[in-house]
Design a protein around this ligand. Structure first.
Ligand code: PRP
Ligand code: MG
Length: 179
């Protein structure tokens, strides 16, 4: 059985704040933040706020088809528009699970000649092949983020046949409003 970890907006903010503190404490000056769409976009935006780094771009990488189910490998599905040449880049994602998405993002971004690439993820799975330079917490559970609740509820109710009541217990709150 899959272990779930529902995460609140507040925990997202606290996690990003911890990451920002660690980045500053290490003396890293980030020139541009690249959020990995879609999941990394909100943490990336919060880090832009907390670090005072307005320059942002996005890279879309797709890997997961359902809870724990992936395609063969992550694929870059939208190109990078922001200029990262000679810049210190912080790549931000919501979670590093197998770690393949961040690895692919790094490989891709390297071609654009950045000065240095740092990675950050809110959550890190213990088995990940990529350990982000910065992360807020390690967990082995399947994380339900505030931005993918509807998707998770849909899968648990429609595909796995769970009742809305059971799903409410998993997500830790009333989910009637997004069903
Ligand atoms: C999820 C998540 C990370 C990635 C982590 O994205 O947001 O980007 O998978 O997995 P990995 O470490 O095993 O590569 P997903 O492909 O589901 O797309 P999304 O961000 O658009 O939801
Ligand atoms: Mg993602």
């Amino acid at each position: 059985p899959v272990k779930f970890k529902p995460v609140t907006w507040r925990e997202v903010e606290e996690g990003c704040a911890r990451i920002a503190e660690e980045i500053s404490a290490k003396g890293v000056k980030v020139d541009v933040i690249v959020g990995v769409l879609r999941g990394g976009w909100i943490p990336a935006r919060l880090l832009s706020d907390y670090l005072g780094t307005p320059a942002m771009g996005a890279l879309e990488v797709k890997f997961y088809r359902g809870i724990g189910e992936t395609a063969e490998r992550p694929v870059v599905t939208q190109p990078l528009i922001v200029d990262i040449r000679d810049k210190v880049v912080l790549v931000v994602d919501d979670v590093a699970d197998t770690g393949k998405t961040l690895n692919i993002a790094i490989n891709f971004l390297t071609h654009y000649g950045p000065r240095k690439i740092f990675t950050a993820a809110l959550y890190l799975k213990p088995w990940s092949m990529h350990r982000p330079d910065f992360y807020a917490e390690e967990t082995d559970a399947w994380i339900i983020f505030p931005w993918d609740k509807a998707e998770t509820v849909e899968e648990l109710v429609k595909k796995k046949g769970l009742s809305l009541e059971t799903v409410s217990k998993i997500t830790g709150e009333d989910i009637e409003f997004i069903k």
